[in-house]
Design a protein around this ligand. Structure first.
Ligand code: PLP
Length: 469
């Protein structure tokens, strides 16, 4: 627990305004501190910290190690096996991929990955961020349009800002009718797309990282086909949060739906459920060549070296051998156990009726054949911090999510479930959340209302804050 208090104390210290102390400092540093003070004033200054769960002082309901391949050591064992099988490996790749950075092992692993996902080709890059900037800066041609879900990842936005596409149109999240309207707007305004000589690139994610909901991909593909019968609307699907978790052996949403031939480009990241680093872009030989020739983030960087590729292969070996299927299944079991535990808690119903807490993905969960490991817990503004303090002080690691990661007014806590969590941990999570909710119900129902009253954990943290001021 002392790790948790130390973490909170560090975070509190980091919120102290620095600008006023920098009056005589050089302009460059003073300006930087003043820019950071905007965050600090809002208690939104992020700090580096050592996660309490990594020190065994808290339960992990926040990391991306969803299959627990990292914490269980399975990925390390598979990686060491890869090293042992290739004792003469090179630490370096020797240059960028188109110069000296190509080598047999990376090509072999790419072929294996392409086969695993039922894709024509695979290209390994350094990260999902690099992958999205590569895709969106290199693939759209002048005259093309990008139509994208409003909640796509920041890396997609960064890629799009460098794209040659003539127009970019966003549509309401996961809304098939909104996609239809967006395509109609593009067809109306872009004659070369309407006549089929330019393309619409539709950008979606299979699992949305802050909402834990899933793209209605089949319906979207149907709409695109219907509206663009010449076949010039293509899909780019970011499978970052589906990799390892969703679909046969974790191959992703596109594979689960059997839509491999309907999707032009897929992105799989290896730093989340696969517990290593790097990313893979799947597509046709033309897509691969365009990425290697046009994407600055592929051309002007050193190709991934053997250790990175060996880590990726280790993860793929675990998936393709079927070793991760039991983990996928256990994850599903734990999420449903959380849903039933929280719904059965005597405080849950009232807390949700009063608007103190809501879990949008709880709705109709019994009707879904897949539960997402990302469970957003929505609450009132500021309450997300109070609940996080309560969880952290109870030995549960979770993080609040605020603007700009999510739109203003949509603050939440993002719970992440892991195959290595236990039923007891999940029950503790549900009861701890509901104990906090009971406290909030009491505060909101007290005769003098919620004004000025704060729950115990927030009191403790703000006390620490005052002491550190
Ligand atoms: C949807 C999505 N795409 C891409 C990325 C970037 O992946 P990476 O962390 O490998 O750079 C992330 C990471 O959070 C993500 O959530």
């Amino acid at each position: 627990m002392s790790n948790v208090v130390a973490l909170l104390a560090d975070w509190i210290k980091a919120q102290k305004l620095q600008g006023p102390l920098m009056k005589d400092a050089p302009t460059f540093y003073k300006n930087l501190e003043e820019a950071l003070d905007v965050r600090r004033a809002d208690h939104g200054m992020f700090t580096r910290h050592k996660s309490a769960w990594k020190a065994g002082a808290s339960i992990d309901f926040c990391s991306n190690d969803m299959l627990s391949l990292g914490t269980s050591g399975e990925i390390r064992r598979a990686f060491l096996g890869e090293l042992a099988a290739n004792p003469n490996f090179a630490m370096y790749s020797g240059g960028s991929r188109l110069m000296d950075g190509n080598y047999d092992y990376i090509e072999q692993v790419e072929n294996e990955i392409a086969a695993f996902h039922g894709a024509e080709t695979a290209l390994i890059v350094g990260s999902g961020y690099e992958a999205n900037t590569a895709i969106y800066s290199a693939i759209p041609r002048p005259g093309d349009a990008i139509v994208y879900d409003e909640l796509v990842h920041a890396s997609t936005h960064d890629g799009m800002t460098h794209s040659l596409a003539t127009c970019r149109v966003q549509f309401r999240h996961n809304d098939v009718d909104a996609l239809r309207d967006a395509i109609a707007n593009v067809l109306d305004s872009q004659p070369m797309i309407a006549d089929g000589t330019r393309s619409i690139l539709i950008s979606v994610e299979s699992v949305y990282s802050m909402d834990g909901d899933i793209c209605p991909l089949i319906e979207m593909i149907e709409v695109a086909k219907e509206m663009c019968p010449k076949g010039n609307a293509v899909f780019i699907v970011d499978e970052a949060h589906a990799t390892g978790i969703l679909g046969p052996k974790g191959a992703g949403l596109v594979s689960k739906l059997g839509m491999e031939k309907e999707v032009a480009i897929r992105l799989h990241t290896c730093g989340k459920a696969m517990a290593s680093t790097g990313a893979v872009i799947l597509g046709s030989p033309a897509v691969r060549s365009a990425l290697m020739n046009f994407a600055r983030s592929v051309i002007y960087t050193t190709a991934p070296s053997f250790p990175t590729v060996a880590g990726i292969r280790a993860g793929y070996n675990l998936m393709s051998s079927g070793a991760t299927v039991k983990l996928q299944n256990n994850l599903q079991h734990l999420i449903t156990h959380f849903f039933t535990s929280i719904e059965a808690n005597p405080h849950w119903e009232k807390a949700s009726e009063m608007g103190i807490l809501s879990i949008p993905v709880l709705e109709d969960w019994q009707e879904r054949d897949f539960q997402c490991h990302i469970v957003p817990l929505k609450t009132r503004q500021r309450y997300n911090w109070w609940l996080v303090f309560h969880l952290q002080l109870s030995g549960i690691s979770a993080f609040p999510i605020d603007y700009p990661t999510v739109p203003r007014g949509q603050s939440r806590i993002r719970l992440m479930f892991h195959a290595g969590n236990t039923e007891e941990q999940v029950e503790l999570l549900a009861s701890t959340i509901c104990n906090w909710a009971a406290e909030m119900i009491e505060i909101e129902e007290s005769p003098d209302g919620a004004k000025g009253k704060i729950p115990k954990a927030a009191h403790q943290v703000y006390g620490l804050m005052a002491a550190n001021a």
